[in-house]
Write a protein that binds this ligand. Structure first.
Ligand code: IMP
Length: 194
């Protein structure tokens, strides 16, 4: 079974490739030399995941999936959430986003937060959703250089390393994205077996 992963984000592509078993082949947009920017203008993770998957399904007419992820911080009313990519404004980068979050969290005791991933799969014209979350806390400064996005300021519950201080394998074992991916892969494999 072949599935196209509708993303232009290289970090996400690499993470997902590392999670895939033998029965499913994931083809990236880069493999297809498809460079169009994907739309993500919705007010929800579900809406953005659907927009990206539909965009590719309409263009390429092949089974595909897309995901959208947000960092939801309790004390900031679940922000940055769906605005995670552009929290500090258009044209700003992950460092700027982290800087803004740390500034807004200054002096706040409640550091609870979660990463939430929603995957939208379009298979044979039907649409399915899968969700994965990981709970943790926001640090008061950046720690670690691996991963991407907000990884250096997020410590998942149960340890004291940030995602930015973990190897890819360590992050993949517990991450929001891997939980959502596992659900989708189980579903696709069960359909394949029928
Ligand atoms: P999007 O799902 O591509 O819209 O990603 C939103 C933003 O969330 C990205 O720009 C990253 O900064 C951040 N993000 C998404 N996934 C992760 C992750 O696994 N770790 C840290 N940050 C992430």
């Amino acid at each position: 079974m072949k599935l196209i992963f509708a993303t232009q984000n290289q970090h996400k592509r690499d993470e997902v490739q590392a999670m895939i078993g033998d029965n499913i082949t994931v083809i990236s947009l880069q493999d297809l030399n498809f460079r169009d920017e994907l739309p993500e203008t919705s007010e929800s993770l579900e809406g953005n995941a659907l927009q990206k998957a539909e965009f590719i399904y309409d263009k390429l007419h092949q089974n595909c999936f897309a995901e959208d992820t947000g960092l939801e911080i309790d004390a900031l009313n679940n922000r940055p959430g769906v605005y995670s990519a552009r929290y500090a404004g258009i044209g700003k980068n992950s460092n700027d986003n982290i800087h803004l979050v740390l500034m807004q969290m200054q002096g706040i005791q409640n550091r609870k937060s979660q990463f939430r991933t929603v995957i939208c799969l379009i298979m044979d014209g039907e649409t399915y959703y899968f969700e994965g979350t990981v709970k943790g806390i926001i640090t008061s400064e950046k720690r670690g250089t691996s991963g991407f996005g907000y990884d250096p300021i997020f410590i998942p519950d149960g340890g004291n390393k940030t995602f930015g201080e973990m190897t890819n394998e360590e992050k993949n074992e517990i991450s929001h994205r891997s939980k959502a991916m596992k659900k989708m892969l189980e579903f696709v494999e069960s359909k394949n077996d029928r």
